[in-house]
Design a protein around this ligand. Structure first.
Ligand code: FES
Ligand code: FES
Length: 239
């Protein structure tokens, strides 16, 4: 037996289909003619921040840029940018140092961590122009010419990453964190602030707390801590 849709149904289906197609065409023609300027917020959510930030920088009139120098990874670099440019955008968009990553762009994930005068800082929360005369080190400048930094090697050996997006920030933070411990700087979980632990006494809890500003969405935390402990032990042995 052949089943057929009643002719009334077929007519109403084709009528609806053509009607919908015409309405859609009309709608898109109206939208095209309106030619909206895309709000920045759209670009922000679509492009993990980068589209919005670069369009913000490009949108500034050229006469509002300023020229200044930064010392990055041992070299003097010249920039001609909008004075509101963050250090992270200056590094990534203008100096092509894309090792420092943009995760949240609001100081919450640690992916953009760099060293400024040997202390860890979030590049997304710093204005580039405020760091003239400072020594800035990014992940690209951490290693020597031929050899990885011990923390980079430990991350590789301990398999401390999956996608790797957070890894430059984790490494920069870990290197500075061990240096802070060596200088007996206390942390939030230090029981006696007047007697902070040195590098030798740095407990698991201390390491976790001191690295808590660096988020890993892949959850590689146990291996990250293992890599840090490996470097910690090597430093203890070398003292
Ligand atoms: S990008 Fe700077 S803290 Fe997330
Ligand atoms: S390794 Fe993927 S976010 Fe950390």
């Amino acid at each position: 037996m052949t089943l057929r849709a009643p002719s009334r149904g077929r007519r109403s289906f084709s009528h609806d289909f053509i009607g919908r197609a015409l309405r859609r065409r009309f709608f898109f023609r109206v939208v095209e003619q309106l030619s909206f300027e895309k709000p920045q917020r759209w670009a922000y959510t679509r492009g993990m921040g980068e589209t919005a930030i670069s369009s913000r920088v490009e949108a500034a009139p050229s006469n509002s840029t300023v020229r200044f120098h930064l010392h990055v990874n041992g070299e003097e670099r010249t920039l001609q940018v909008d004075p509101r440019t963050s250090l992270l955008d200056a590094l990534r968009e203008h100096l092509a140092l894309t090792g420092s990553k943009k995760g949240c762009d609001q100081g919450q994930c640690g992916a953009c961590t760099v060293h400024i005068n040997n202390r860890r800082e979030l590049a997304c929360l710093s204005l580039a122009i405020a760091h003239q005369g400072d020594q800035i080190t990014t992940i690209e400048g951490l290693a020597g010419e031929e050899k990885l930094h011990p923390m980079q090697s430990a991350f590789v050996e301990c398999d401390s990453f999956q996608c790797g997006y957070c890894t430059p920030g984790q490494i920069m933070s870990a290197v500075a964190m061990l240096e802070e411990a060596a200088q007996t700087i206390p942390s939030h979980v230090t029981p006696a602030v007047s007697r902070p632990p040195g590098l030798q006494e740095l407990s698991l809890e201390e390491i976790r707390e001191r690295m808590s500003g660096n988020i890993c969405r892949c959850g590689a935390y146990p291996n990250i801590v293992e890599a840090i402990q490996q470097v910690q032990k090597a430093k203890e042995g070398g003292r």
